[in-house]
Design a protein around this ligand. Structure first.
Ligand SMILES: [Zn+2]
Length: 122
């Protein structure tokens, strides 16, 4: 089973609000993110992954990306303050620390397993 966040590529690449003359907030950061998302070819990656998963007889599950990076994988506490830096996760409720990507990946696989259980029960 492979689980990924159901990221909306159109939303991720939408330009930050503002104009050249009156830039919105985080225009530079947003354009950098846009470039990296487009460079990575996220949609193409997911298409290839879907074909590979199918030919290997594996499930590919997309989960809601909301709060996967700010929820503690140990206790479930959800707060933006849990995210110390881009790379660092430190739960303000239970003290759990992990690399932010590892913490989020734990939440993502858990959400995928829950969706699969729900589908089996239906
Ligand atoms: Zn916690």
């Amino acid at each position: 089973m492979i689980v990924h966040e159901n990221l909306k590529i159109a939303n991720m690449t939408r330009s930050a609000s503002g104009t050249i003359d009156r830039p919105g907030r985080n225009v530079a950061a947003k354009s950098g993110l846009n470039r990296s998302v487009l460079d990575a070819g996220w949609g193409v990656l997911l298409q290839v992954l879907a074909h590979k998963a199918e030919s290997a007889g594996r499930e590919l599950i997309a989960v809601d990306p909301r709060n996967t990076s700010r929820t503690c994988a140990r206790c479930g506490h959800c707060a933006k303050e849990n995210r110390v830096t881009q790379a660092e996760f430190a739960c303000t409720a239970c003290g759990h620390t992990a690399h932010a990507d590892v913490n989020a990946a734990t939440n993502i696989i858990r959400a995928g397993l829950a969706l699969r259980r729900a589908a089996e029960a239906a």
